[in-house]
Ligand binder design. Sequence first.
Ligand SMILES: Nc1nc2c(ncn2[C@@H]2O[C@H](COP(=O)(O)OP(=O)(O)OP(=O)(O)O)[C@@H](O)[C@H]2O)c(=O)[nH]1
Ligand SMILES: [Mg+2]
Length: 232
Amino acid sequence: MRLRMVRYTEDKKIFIKILYWGCAAGGKTTAVDTLYQLCSETPMDVIPTGTLKKIAMASGSTLYFDRGIFQNKREKSLYYHVFTVAGQTRFGKTRKILFEDTDGVIFVADSQKSRMQDNIDSLKELKKIAEGKLISVIPLLVMLNKRDLDDIVTLEEWEDVMKENGLLFKPTEPLFEWNPIIYETVALPDNPQNVYRIFSECARRCVMYTVYGDGKAPGKRDIKLPPDVPDL
Ligand SMILES: Nc1nc2c(ncn2[C@@H]2O[C@H](COP(=O)(O)OP(=O)(O)OP(=O)(O)O)[C@@H](O)[C@H]2O)c(=O)[nH]1
Ligand SMILES: [Mg+2]
């Protein structure tokens, strides 16, 4: 594998950094908690190593970040460092630092209509910090979370937000095939929806960008079959 973005350690371990980003109380910590639980209890293609580290306030809201490490079961040298940012507006500086060296982003949007402006502000902040690298260099996926609640936006309404922010390409545009998939999710552990699927797709895209795109979104011609991408 030709690797640029992801990091090696001396003992040949490969680390991929996946960041959950979004406004306060959107469900980032819950999603990673549930991911941990799912991968611990059911045989999945990744396993958590150690416990999930959470630095939170008494309210449960994240103060600095959460961090979990997952190992790919087939490619045992491949690890995923999973972080969540602290979503409260006042923690902007911490979020900027945490963004450094990120290989893939999962944007967690709170589906409730009342939270739309907060989601949009958070998306714009992410765009600014990413300096044009989203999708072209850093794969992006979206959790449209809390689908179990009432008074939520439709998938189409969220697609419009993505289009308005230049994050959803037309079929004629080169990055179209790497458009962020918008997953309708429930992050709560009792009846989770799409929590593992989105993580798995993000991890897969990070590896595809690295192996076939030399750290960028690969073009169709760059992808040679059969892919030597670890099966996630
Ligand atoms: N109904 C519902 N509630 C959810 C869902 N996901 C998270 N929550 C709830 O939303 C609240 C906030 O969740 P957190 O995971 O702490 O949110 P966060 O994005 O980490 O927030 P910050 O750390 O402040 O950035 C908690 O009460 C969760 O139980 C969901 O899919 N459905
Ligand atoms: Mg949190």
